[in-house]
Every structure is written in C-alpha cells, then in structure tokens.
Design a protein around this ligand. Structure first.
Ligand code: NOJ
Length: 753
C-alpha cells in the first residue's frame, strides 16, 4: 500500500511541478507584455535604501525611481516599517504594481547573531549550521527581508584576507557541505512559505584567492586548481537549489568575473544548470572600468551579455542599456531574459500573490530574538570553539575560588558579535563578564580589569571605530590593574584578540598577531606565575607562536555572536566540552602564507633534516603550521586504533569499507570529529598530499568506544585532469583516518579500473 502511494506520488509530483511552471510562465509572459522597455530595465536595478553603503557610491532618489518602475529590489534595511513603506510605494504607486525584492546581508543571523561563519564551520555539524540559517531566515522574513546575500562559500587559504571570517575555511569538501546546509536552511523546501527566503551564493568566483590577501585584489589560477579546490562549494550550493548568485569583484582568467561569459553562462548555467538570477556585487559593473574593460556603457553591455541579471547600486544597466540596445550592442532578448529571471524569483517567493507576505507585524514582534533562538545561538557558539592547548588539564576551571578576568574583549558588548552582524543589536549581547555571572552566580569571585585597549597602533586606530571600548588611559596603568587582579586570583582568564572590524570586508592585515599592546598585557600576566587561560576572539587564524609556548591553555572562541559570554562560560567551566576542529590552518608566521593542508608535494620535499640544503624549506622556520587543519582538543582524550579495510585489492566499481575504533580514554564525555583523508601517490595530474573525503562526528562517554566506518566508492577517487575531465585512475591509494589532518593512521590499497 505504502509502495503504491509512493509510486503515485512519483508520477504526480513532476506533473504538478510542470503545471506550476506553466502557470508561472503564463503569468510572466502576460506581465512582460505590458511592460515598457524602461520598466524591464528597471527590474535589473538594485539600489540600497539610500544610506546603506559598502562602497564609495550611494543610491539616490530611490522613492522616485520606485514610482517610475525603475527598481527591481532594494537592500540594506532590516526595518519592518521601512520595508513596508517601500513595498507600499511599489505596489500602489508604480504603474504595474510589481512588488520589490528586499535583500540584506544576513550573514550569521538577523537579530539573533550566531558565531561568524568561519566559526560555525569549525563545528563540523551540518544540522546545526542548517538550523542557524533557518533561524536567520525566520527572523529576516518576519521584518520583510526575502533575500539574504549568503552563504559566502569562497575558499580561502590566506588569513591576511579579512573576509576569511565569512566563509568556511580552506577545504572544498567541507565547504560544499556547509554551502548546502546553509542554502537548505534559508530556503527550506518551499520558497513561497513566508519564513523561507532566497539565498545568494557568493562571490562567484574565486574571490577568496585575492593575491597577497589584500581585499579586492586580482586573482589568477589554473583551471585545474579552480575546478578541484575553488569551484566545488559554489557548485554544491547550486545543486542544493540556491536561488541567486552574486558575482565577485575579482577577475577570472583575465576577465572580470562580472563580465565573464564563460563563468556566468557556460559554467554556471550550461554546465551546472543554474536557473535563478545573478546579481553583481556592489558597483562591480562600474568597477570593470578600473579593471580596464571600458567605459560604463561598454562594461554594462558586457556584463549583461555575460549573464548578469541585476546591477547592485552602480546603475550601469539603468543608465546605458537603452542606448546599447539602440546601437545594437545588446539585444532586447538579453534584457528580457534578465528581467524574466528576476520576475520568476518574485513569483516563486509568492510576492505577486501577497507583496507583504514577508512583512508581518505580529511575526516581527514575536519571532525575533526569542529565548529559543538565543539558546540556539549559545549552543552554536559552544560548538564552534576550538581548544588549541590545555596543558596539565588546566581546563575546565573549577566553579570555586577566584578568577581574574581581563582583556579588552572580556567586558565588551560589540566586538564578540563579529563582522557583518549588520542588523544585530550589540547592546543585547552577553559579555564574558556577564556570562561568568550568569553561569557561576557567586560561586567564584571574579576580579575584572580591562588591562589593555584592543590596539594602540595609530594606523589601526585611524581606521577602526573603537569608541565603544577604547579608554584613553596610560598603557602601564591598565596593565598594572590587570596584574593586581591576577595576583588576587587563583587563575587568570585573558580575553584577547581582534575587534569585529579587524576582519571582514576591507579588513586585510599583514600582521595577523594579537596587537602588540595586548601582547604586552599577556606577557605581564604570564609573568605573575598564575595559570593563564587565553580566550581568543578573532575573525581569522592568528600567529600564536609565543602564546603557544608560554600560555598553558588557549581556547579559540572566534567571534561567538550575541551569546558570547554565556557560551565562553559554559565551556571554560566545563558545562560543555569543546569539540570544534579548525577548518583553516594557523601558520607560525606570516611568511609561511599561503599555508594549507591540501598542498601539492614538491620534487624536493623537506623531511626535517636541517643539514640537507637543497630542500623545499625556509632557513628560519619549519614548514609545518602551528595548528593544522582539522586540529582541536577536547577535555577528554580519544584513542584511535589502526585503520582496517574490507579489502586491500579492489577492482572497478567496488566498494571499500575503511574503519577505525575510537575510544574515549579520558574522564569526560565528549564529541570527536573522525576525519578521512585520501592520497593518490601516482596520477597523470599531480595530486595534493591529502584531501578530506569524509568525516563522522561521534559522541562518546568515558571508557566508551565506537567503530567508525567510511564507505568509499570510485567516486571518491575522482579528480580533474588537464582537459577538465573528471575521473579516477587505477593504482595505489592511501586512506588516512585520524583526529586532524596531521595526526592520522594510514592504510594503502590497490584499486584497479
Ligand atoms: C559588498 C560585499 O562584497 C558583499 O558580500 C555584500 O553582499 C554587498 N557588499 C552588499 O552589502
């Protein structure tokens, strides 16, 4: 009976979908038949509400343009009232009453600010990540936002690049899973529901490879590297159904991405089957002029013909396409195709049925920043923390005695929210000081001192807004107060790192250490002889050589979001056992960058013998990172057995089972991310030393063990060849299973085609 129902559904669903598509087609054909050329071009225009800016240009006369039908959507507001007013203007005063899209950078939550995306990825917990996006979509849709400019899935191998904070790190396999989870979380299974919104995969493509980690810088890479390492997360997002894509600022293969037909049409639409619309990044069409692609009319025509549908802020489309059409530089069908794709998205959201579907006062008043959502943010934060060091089991701390809590991020409401908290209200965040009080009550005496400002570097001070935290005080006095607090306490917790504006867009750094004045504080604290726990808040990997050598315990808390303080207290005092694993490599110094685990071998690999001169190494630092991809400790310990495989000799489309037994050998229950890597030692295209191919997150009580198995098929063995064909080659394969990319047990098998 059940089987029969399933059979009927399988027949009926495709028909129902076809009927829906036909209905949409008929609606849009009819609507477009009434639209003037100017109104069609108007749909291609995406200004901001007027004051929201992530570039030099601001949008002007927006209301007037809405009335004239010269606006397809607006972005940059989370105000219920502003969104309602703008939609009212569009559907009552424009000739054809076409509703607007409302976009916003809901990057890690709307009002319930979750940890930054890089932190979330360190949870390796896809259901959790999906849930954060779901909560974000529910809150955003309640105020009227129906389109988020997220997920950012740019692979980044350079921590100087501030935007590394917004992505999921350096691995394409993991990046693809995160992309999928976020798209599903935002869009749900039905876009016309009033709590699901359009996602926008960005920045297409390769933005994370900006040379020297300097934002907006140029990119140049081989196609093999692109396909193998940089494109997979975008592709995964498209496969998961991402409704829109944002072009990147950089060039791809010598042509700006925003005007790159190969990228936007051949790859994205023809190869990957994308059928949503593509929006530019902020004034990216105009910026093609600076890249050297011609004047505004030329670059606008190039972008449209390349496959761009909507122009963010720059108004190149709005001001030049009519002329280009007259001159035969673009065709009417180019314009109509873009217009149609945007109208289709509006249709799928249900905006033509009800333009206020996403703007519901009752929901805006009751569904935002709820207790439940805050709890989700707290849980997500604790799961994203990575324990980098824990000498002599200093952590977890006892809930008794006294603690000195010091540092510029210890009693700071704003910076722990992280980059791009956009609509979040930092006055509603929980500081670490407050979190200690919430979790400890009066059980522990907390001696607080600021100890240092975030930075005293004049160049940083000139560019960062630190008014919410900066104290004009003598550096030595601040340190003395902190040392006094330390002397009165059993243990010191120093919360140090970066302000929220030190990572994210236009926030690249060449020195990625803790700022020098904070280091001075840390050194003074260590000198007291008291045990010091360093809690880091930052948006990128930092260089932590001195810290790792001299501080007994280090917890990487990233920018934890609105529940920062509660989450830090939960973990430091043992209510939650940390389980995060790095998804980005921590170098020893900036000179090692770019440094990533899935690098190629050289012909002269260095094997640790300093006496051998002609090897691929540095004179002054080892090749290894300080903390490798996949690394992260727990309050407990896990023991890994050797790897066993179902067969050492395989043929063709066989399936291999690889397994290990993992045992919790410590005193605490804990979670472990068991990681599977692959090496392909001989191939017609050189392969990286290892690539992540799978993982399992398990939970074990003290003394408990579990057999963890991975099912491997030839699909796992495939790679891109020079002609971009994707296949595997028979021979030896080495499977590594372990707790991090640099701590694995390995087994070699022979697998012939
Ligand atoms: C520029 C950023 O690169 C992009 O990620 C963002 O979505 C837009 N500005 C809009 O704010």
């Amino acid at each position: 009976m059940k089987k029969m129902n399933l059979f009927i559904l399988c027949i009926l669903i495709p028909f129902a979908l076809m009927a829906q598509d036909a209905k949409m087609d008929a609606f849009i054909i009819d609507l477009m038949s009434k639209m003037t050329l100017q109104e069609k071009i108007g749909q291609l225009n995406l200004p901001t509400f007027g004051d929201f800016q992530t570039g030099a240009v601001t949008s002007s006369n927006v209301s007037e343009k809405i009335r004239k039908g010269a606006v397809g959507g607006l972005f940059g507001s989370s105000s219920y009232d502003d969104i309602r007013a703008a939609q009212e203007l569009a559907v009552t005063q424009s000739r054809l009453k076409i509703p607007l899209l409302f976009g916003l950078d809901v990057i890690h939550g709307l009002k319930t600010t979750f940890p930054i995306p890089l932190a979330l990825a360190c949870s390796w917990d896809m259901p959790l990540i999906e849930k954060t996006a779901r909560v974000a979509a529910k809150e955003a849709s309640a105020v009227g936002v129906n389109w988020t400019f997220s997920p950012m899935v740019d692979i980044a191998r350079d921590p100087r690049w501030g935007r590394i904070a917004e992505g999921s790190g350096e691995d394409p396999f993991l990046g693809g899973l995160v992309a999928e989870a976020m798209v599903k979380g935002y869009q749900g299974s039905d876009l016309s529901q009033n709590n699901t919104i359009l996602s926008c995969v960005k920045h297409f493509a390769l933005y994370g490879a900006a040379e020297a980690g300097r934002d907006y810088n140029t990119v140049d890479m081989s196609k093999v590297k692109m396909y193998e390492y940089y494109l997979p997360p975008y592709k995964a997002a498209i496969k998961a159904g991402a409704a829109t894509v944002m072009s990147s600022f950089n060039e791809v293969d010598g042509v700006p991405a925003t005007g790159n037909k190969w990228l936007m049409t051949d790859l994205l639409r023809k190869d990957w089957g994308f059928n949503g619309f593509v929006v530019t990044d902020y004034t990216a069409i105009n910026e093609m002029t600076q890249h050297g692609s011609g004047n505004l009319q030329q670059v606008s025509a190039q972008a449209l013909k390349a496959g761009i549908d909507q122009d963010m802020v720059g108004e190149g489309f709005l001001t030049t396409l009519e002329k280009s059409l007259k001159e035969g530089k673009v065709s009417l069908s180019d314009i109509e195709l873009a217009c149609r794709r945007i109208l289709e998205s509006k249709y799928k959201l249900g905006l033509f049925e009800d333009p206020y579907r996403y703007n519901v006062k009752k929901r805006a008043d009751t569904e935002i920043l709820t207790v439940e959502n805050r709890l989700a943010a707290r849980e997500a934060a604790t799961k994203s923390f990575v324990l980098l060091k824990n000498e002599k089991q200093l952590l977890p701390l006892k809930k008794s005695g006294s603690v000195a809590l010091v540092g510029p991020l210890a009693d700071n409401l704003k910076d722990p929210m992280g980059t791009w908290f956009v609509a979040g209200d930092w006055n509603k965040s929980v500081t670490v000081l407050k979190g200690f009080e919430n979790v400890l009550g009066s059980a522990v005496k907390v001696n607080y001192a600021l100890g240092a400002n975030i930075t005293e570097d004049p160049m940083l001070l000139a560019q960062l807004d630190l008014n919410h935290t900066y104290k004009k005080r003598d550096r030595a006095d601040l340190i003395k107060e902190a040392v006094d607090a330390a002397m009165k306490s059993d243990v010191v917790v120093a919360v140090l790192g970066e302000s929220e504006a030190m990572s994210g867009e236009a926030a690249s750094r060449t020195d990625i250490g803790i700022p020098e004045n904070q280091m001075e504080l840390l050194k003074a604290l260590v000198k007291t002889g008291k045990p010091v726990v360093l809690v880091l808040m930052n948006g990128r990997p930092l260089t932590l050589l001195w810290e790792n050598e001299n501080v007994p315990a280090i917890l990487e808390a990233w920018a934890p979001g609105i529940e920062a303080g509660n989450a830090v207290a939960d973990v430091l005092f043992g209510d939650v056992n940390p389980s995060g694993k790095l998804t980005t490599t921590f170098p020893r110094n900036v000179g090692q960058i770019p440094l990533y685990y899935n690098h190629k071998n050289t012909g002269r690999p260095y094997d640790g013998n300093l006496k051998e001169k002609y090897k691929s190494k540095y004179l002054d630092v080892v090749n290894e990172p300080l903390f490798a991809f996949g690394y992260g400790l727990s309050y407990t310990t896990f023991d890994y057995s050797d790897v066993t495989v179902s067969s050492k000799n395989l043929q063709g489309t066989a399936t291999l089972i690889a397994s290990v037994t993992v045992k919790n050998t410590g005193k605490y229950a804990g979670e472990e991310v068991v990681q599977l890597y692959l090496s392909d030692p001989v191939a017609s295209v050189t392969r990286s030393v290892k690539d992540l191919k799978g993982y399992k997150k398990i939970s074990l009580k003290p003394g408990e063990s579990q057999v963890v198995t991975f099912t491997i098929t030839p699909e796992t063995l495939k790679f891109y060849h020079s002609d971009l064909s994707y296949d595997w080659e028979g021979g030896e394969f080495i499977f590594h299973i372990g707790t991090s990319s640099d701590k694995v047990k390995s087994v070699s098998v022979n697998w012939e085609k």
